[in-house]
Design a binder for this molecule. Sequence first.
Ligand code: SF4
Length: 450
Amino acid sequence: MHKPLKLPKKAISGVFPLSVVIPPYPCPFHCAYCPTFPNIPKSYVPDSPAVKRYIDNEWKIKETIQSRLKRMEALGTPTDKIEVILIGGTFLALAPSIKKPFIKEIYDAINDSSSETMEEAVKKNESADKRVVALCIETRPDVINIEEMLSYGTTRVEIGVQAVDDEILKLVKRGHDVAKVREATALLKDAGFKVGYHMMPALPGSSAQKDLHMYKQLWEDEDFRPDQMKLYPTLVVKNAELEKWYNEGKYKPYDEETITSLLRDMLISTPRYVRVVRVMRDIPKKWIVAGTIHTHLRMEAESDAVVEVRSREIGYKMKKGYKPKPWQLKTYEYKASKGKEFFIEAVDENDVLYGLIRLRFPAKKVLDELENRAIIRELHVYGPAAKLNEKSETQHRGIGKALLERAEEIAKESYDDIAVISGVGVREYYKKRGYSLGKYYMHKKLKNKD
Ligand code: SF4
């Protein structure tokens, strides 16, 4: 065994995750569990660490991002490959006059320059020193605009699903039904986005048994089958309507034992093509009225029977002293939202994961640009982040190339062309592999047409 590596935790999956908090505009929805505080983005509490950084900097987005990047570099974390994650409220529901300048400021901060327009700032990032390799927007299934998200360079969309039961959704005043979740999931996958779900066990009207049943439905019913998952057991947070329900005895969260055993069962039933990104929300204790405050529940809920992506990633294994081994490609095919998915992974003899690619044969044409094309929704090489032109023990070692070639081979059997949804900062990588930029996607001809 190798001596355990000291890896900067933030970049363990190969990219630096940069949370950008949306200023506190009101959210037009009224979910019963969601707290409201003056001058704090909806669903957050005053001293959440990410939010605090922006408040301390008086919501100066560019300055806050740049000081965060400088600080992480000083701590030894590479920040030249960045995943931007927009958090707080419902960004897509805001006015266009707020959204475009906000996205421009993010890219300007990362490019360390000032652009005239958002489009110019996005373009500059293609060859900047620090590149946005992925951009994630959190939204609701009923607030989705495909072209708008593509114009920002979005690659992943996380939707608040919470429960797949219309009665529960109505009870918590969510404002959309399960049919909307099915519709949004299909649209997002056919547009090539990586799709994440947020689920909330222990909502009013549910039970541990019902929660597990709903969770298993996500994998049994092909209309769901997201790529990523965040599990946020319901907490009674100060200033949420749920606090009133709790005080009136109308709602009681599960005890810790029930939650831990439920999460264990959920993790075990998660398929290998899904990444469980997070278990529990990180809310400072002083704002929690009732519910589990123990944020390390994931560790207790983990077991050898778990096969989801994160539990098999080489970066986490290396932290425990695991030495990288030879890998081979394996393809797992499944149906999702009426299309066909190919989940190709680079794994070693112990099923440790070095990289993955998600190839889709879409069910419907969402945009003209995607007509008669297979689409790559994600390409990810795991392991500690390497700098853009350097090699780490797992990154820049031919894994990405092998995954891409295998996906192209599979696509070639049914399509003449292939498209990739690519983070703005990864476009150069695809250009070197024969792709060229269309309006939003990178494209490559797989066969010469007669
Ligand atoms: S949509 Fe999201 S931010 Fe808005 S009230 Fe519901 S949970 Fe809170």
